[in-house]
Design a protein around this ligand. Sequence first.
Ligand SMILES: Cc1ncc(COP(=O)(O)O)c(C=O)c1O
Length: 424
Amino acid sequence: MTANKASDNHTHDQVFDDDIRNIIDNEIKRQQENIILIASENFTSQEVIRTMGSVLTNKYAEGYPGFRYYEGCENMDSVEEIARQRANKLFGSNYCNVQPHSGVNANMAVFLSVLKCGDKILSMNLRDGGHLSHGHKQNFTGKYFEIHTYSLDPDTEMIDYGAIMKQAKIVKPNLIIAGASSYSRTIDFSKFREIADEVGSYFMADTAHIAGLMTSGLHPNSVGVADFTTATTHKTLRGPRGGMIIADKKYGGLIDKSVFPGIQGGPLMHIIAAKAVAYKEALEETFKDYSRRIIENSKTLCQNLKDEGFRIVSGGTDNHLFLVDLTSRGITGIEAADLLASVGLVLNYNVIPYDKLTPTITSGIRIGTPAVTTQGMGTAEMEKIGEYISTALKNMENQSVLSDIKTKVKKLAGEFPVYSNMNA
Ligand SMILES: Cc1ncc(COP(=O)(O)O)c(C=O)c1O
């Protein structure tokens, strides 16, 4: 079959380009047969996937509902309006922008709205859990702003608010960022607010990872506390890949202009529609229970590995992820992650606080439970996964043990099927 299939009467998830279809089929199989423990990944609903695959992708809609630079945007206005209303309800906000294509874009738009080149940002050190877009030297933030970073307390491996207050008084930042990619503890946004007020700085909470836990009431809400809250929609929120910004409506004009025309052109309307679908799902009572189970699973798996003798950064977790320090085991993060992937346990190697190894090697691995919880796995399965991880890491040279684990992992994954109607 060739060319334009727009007139074909097929379901959304059928792709007829053989090369691409084969890859999609392989990826469906990979997601079904492995156990996904990457803290930033999830299985979005088929409703979200169908919406992303809709004709909304065809439409240019530069601008915002009520004022667009293109004709024919009446349906785009409706979809963006619904997305905004649902997002505001979910986050308890009076303004949001749902157009950022990604988490980094959301952050970038906030920076563009209140900072100028050379301004000072105070953010969490990357090595301690911060994100590239908070000031890494290769990132635009590192090139255009003066970056100062705060570290975790070396003993507790938790945020030391007193130390940040002292540092902020010296640095006098224009913007303070709270939020991280690999911090397993509750963040006290009100303490960051106090620090920002003390030094007269803006305060942005990057809730990319924890947004779904936050809207479920399982993490303190940054909305109404931070000046700006950014989030991704594809991690614990379980929606399509994308970003969003929430702020008080007094900043609405500034933020809207920073997103478009500041850093983006036409919004991805199919993604905005899929965000609306995900917000609706996240507003359901069952989503709160889902979020609760993510944390329960994370704590169970974390405790299991602790009982097996692994050192957990900060000693535990309050959220959907935790870090395992492999230093005393004599293996690096990348060796462990590669080995675990070979038996079907997919996670990522990660720097740990004060890591002596580089980010491409690392001393740790990061483990997260949003995806396995979406699959329906509970604490009993976490015990099994903990056993598989520790047995594999303690028997790295033993091919028969590893092959036995691989069989068990595949069996366990198969007991909690995802996207089973999508099989080729
Ligand atoms: C804290 C934080 N902010 C921003 C992002 C960037 O999101 P994206 O990959 O959608 O640009 C991430 C992604 O992992 C993140 O962890």
